[in-house]
Design a binder for this molecule. Structure first.
Ligand SMILES: Nc1nc2c(ncn2[C@@H]2O[C@H](COP(=O)(O)OP(=O)(O)O)[C@@H](O)[C@H]2O)c(=O)[nH]1
Ligand SMILES: [Mg+2]
Length: 338
């Protein structure tokens, strides 16, 4: 596993990397797509190239001016529909918008049942937008496995408004807060005044709530759900004592969305003014480091499955105790990788 930090690589590999870096820097879409594919790769060579590319692009100075927004909510809540509207709103304000979307149609065909809007047709036509749909098979805890790295690439390519859509998979969903500055939760009114199946952890992670589909017959139910959510939230303890707003409206009725856009803007400015965004990003980088180290160690361990099987046989037969076996395995790993 010895990784040479100076990464001499092959001449060609180095040239490719420089071209990729230059392409991403000028915001070339193809280069950006290619760079994302590289950071998504599980191949060791690619991972080394990817680490190189990312460090060149950020040069130890991560972006400080971007806004990273996570959007969570159960499948069908209207996340993609809202992103389509929000993305265009931000573009109209002069921003460039990048979206990392999870495409549920790749699993369980859920997408087609709910009339999924992963393609975000209007937004994807805008040259100021970049949408990366990812199969949910590549997701972990409801978000793209390499979200932090993809976000860094988006920012290096000049996108200052980043939207991360998560697939609603229960409490793991809260892990989106490990990669974003601010989390918007989309809820749906239920049949009565109930809010449809939201887990406490998901609600606690939210910075702002939006009860969607408050149109037609659902208007009244949505208003009730909003009141209920407000009451439920008042019972939660949060680290910051900021009051969490609950808004309601419809992703398909443009006029109802303005209060949401304004609340997001307030949230963004609040995060910067209070220093929370900066603190959070620092914390997230440390956490990501540990995650990647763990992952790398696990990959190294897994690569030694022959040795592990051989030691396991001796442990099972009673020749070695489990602790002796574990020590022998770890000793081998350490000497192998000196
Ligand atoms: N009536 C109504 N339908 C909506 C609204 N938002 C989304 N939808 C529809 O709900 C379905 C699921 O939306 P989608 O954005 O794909 O949900 P996601 O799974 O959370 O991304 C689609 O058919 C949308 O057209 C809304 O505010 N009102
Ligand atoms: Mg969606």
């Amino acid at each position: 596993m010895a990784i040479n930090p100076s990464f001499p690589g092959h001449e060609k590999q180095r040239a490719d990397l420089s071209a990729l870096e230059a392409g991403v820097r000028v915001g070339n879409r193809q280069a950006l797509a290619q760079a994302i594919t590289l950071v998504e790769s599980e191949q060791k060579d690619d991972q080394i190239s990817s680490a190189m590319l990312l460090s060149r692009l950020t040069e130890g100075h991560p972006s400080e001016t971007s806004f990273r927004l996570g959007i969570t909510g159960n499948p069908g809540a209207g996340k993609s529909t809202l992103i389509e509207a929000l993305g265009q709103h931000w573009i109209n304000q002069g921003e460039k918008v990048a979206v990392l979307a999870i495409d549920p149609s790749s699993s369980q065909r859920l997408g087609s049942i709910l009339g999924d809007k992963t393609r975000m047709e209007q937004l994807s036509k805008r040259k100021e937008a970049f949408i990366r749909p990812s199969p949910s098979s590549g997701a972990l805890g409801g978000i793209h496995r390499h979200s932090p790295e993809v976000i860094a690439l988006f920012e290096a390519a000049g996108y200052q408004r980043i939207i991360i859509e998560t697939v609603g998979v229960g409490q793991n969903e809260t892990s989106v807060q490990n990669v974003v500055d601010f989390t918007l939760l989309i809820a749906l009114p239920g049949a009565g005044d109930e809010v449809q199946g939201l887990k406490r952890g998901v609600m606690e992670a939210a910075d702002l709530l939006w009860v969607n589909k408050a149109d037609g017959e659902r208007k009244v139910a949505a208003k009730l759900a909003t009141v209920h959510l407000q009451q439920a939230l008042s019972l939660f303890h949060r680290e910051d004592d900021r009051a969490i707003e609950v808004l309601t409206g419809s992703a398909i009725e443009k006029d109802s969305l303005n209060p949401l856009w304004e609340a997001l803007d307030r949230g963004m400015r609040w995060g910067i003014a209070t220093g929370r965004t900066e603190e959070r990003r620092k914390h997230q980088r440390g956490k990501r480091l540990r995650e990647l180290i763990q992952q790398g160690l696990w990959n190294t361990v897994s690569a030694e499955h022959n040795l592990m099987n051989a030691i396991e046989k001796r442990v099972v037969s009673g020749e070695l105790s489990p602790s002796e076996g574990a020590l022998e395995f770890l000793r081998h790993l350490v000497t192998e990788n000196d």
